[in-house]
Design a protein around this ligand. Structure first.
Ligand SMILES: *Cc1c(COP(=O)(O)O)cnc(C)c1O
Length: 357
């Protein structure tokens, strides 16, 4: 498929201080866009100046949550080059998410090439201030104008770019979490493993409750027994117990994070034992009470690593520690080192962006 490029005639001013850009409020000059219809398949792939979309108000995306998305980043290296982190994995996961919602599949090679071209075109937007990056948001939506419940026909793919500062204001510092024992995010057989907007809509109420109680994040328990730990907000979660790493297994209701997968690889190569298994909240409380819990952290693209300082479960507060644990700090330094090109990547995770379009 051909990809056409139309450059903007009115480039926007870049943020003066990208470290204060917040998360996903400023967008670059261009977007990628392509459309799908059952008769033509994917067509009209284009990079164009960012613009408002014209979508009929009857489109299914507005009514039935028919959308999936991805989140990855481009980083500026000390040499001034731009690189992405494991974008191929994001494209594959987006195909899995689309399959779950029954949105049309796409060619991941073509999408990756389009992504490289878009980032290359807007590469001046990739900030160089420490801790900053360019957040990349691919999204696929259903554009069928039909309020009946039918199989999905037409769709639109978009890629947006947004310069971002640190996800958590104040950099790496321990966060507080509220263990949610009423609402659930996902259930077995549901959409937990898919990166879809509906999962986030289902999480809003618990997030509001946590915020009102003064906690940074929600920790989700499994949807069947409300017993096993699944995730922390939009991050996967890991625990260090007696020097061993425990992380919830990918049971289908847990999002298969690329940061999670990268952490597991780094930890194993460093000599840690890593257990992917069911881990109950009782086991967490017991490990803490007996002094065996050494560290806990969340991991995901946005915040990279987020040490957990304390948690609240059924109105009781449990303190883990108010400093960054050594393993969390090491993971943060190693992952961000590879992502920003400060340390060599022995895994083939980084993907350079071409210097010219
Ligand atoms: C995106 C996401 C993650 C983290 O995945 P990464 O690929 O590491 O960014 C974890 N949990 C949820 C619910 C997510 O949406």
């Amino acid at each position: 498929m051909e990809l056409t490029i139309t450059r903007t005639q009115n480039p926007a001013a870049k943020p003066a201080d990208p470290s204060k850009a917040g998360f996903g409020t400023i967008f670059t000059d261009h977007i990628f866009e392509m459309d799908y219809t059952p008769d033509k398949g994917w067509h009209d792939a284009r990079i164009v100046p960012i613009h408002d979309l014209q979508i009929h108000p009857g489109a299914a995306v507005f009514h039935y949550g028919a959308e999936v998305f991805e989140g990855l980043k481009a980083y500026r290296t000390p040499q001034g080059r731009v690189q992405m982190f494991r974008p191929w994995d994001n494209m594959q996961r987006m195909r899995d998410s689309a399959e779950r919602i029954q949105l049309p599949d796409f060619d991941p090679d073509f999408m990756l090439e389009a992504l490289k071209k878009l980032v290359a075109l807007d590469q001046d937007w990739v900030p160089s201030v420490p801790g900053t990056s360019l957040y990349i948001r691919p999204v696929e939506i259903c554009t069928d104008v039909d309020l009946g419940l039918h199989c999905i026909g037409s769709a639109k793919m978009l890629i947006l770019l947004s310069p971002v500062g640190s996800y958590l204001a104040g950099g790496l510092r321990p966060v507080s979490i509220l263990i949610e024992d009423h609402d659930v995010r996902a259930v077995r057989g549901g959409t937990g493993y898919a990166k879809c907007g509906g999962n986030y809509a289902a999480a809003n109420r618990a997030a509001a409750k946590a915020e009102a109680k003064g906690y940074d994040q929600v920790l989700w328990l499994d949807g069947v027994n409300q017993k096993y730990i699944e995730e922390v907000g939009g991050m996967n979660v890991m625990f260090k117990i007696d020097g061993k790493i425990v992380t919830p297994a990918l049971t289908g209701s847990v999002l298969p994070g690329i940061t999670r997968r990268s952490c597991i690889q780094l930890l194993k190569d460093k000599g840690y034992e890593v257990e992917e298994r069911l881990f109950s909240v009782e086991e967490l409380v017991a490990a803490l009470a007996s002094g065996h819990l050494e560290e806990a952290w969340g991991c995901g693209t946005a915040a990279v690593i987020s040490p957990i300082g304390k948690f609240c479960y059924q109105d009781k507060e449990y303190a883990i520690g108010d400093t960054n644990g050594e393993t969390a700090q090491w993971l943060y330094d190693t992952l961000t080192g590879i992502q920003w090109g400060r340390i060599e990547d022995p895994y083939g995770w980084v993907c350079p962006v071409p210097e010219t379009v």
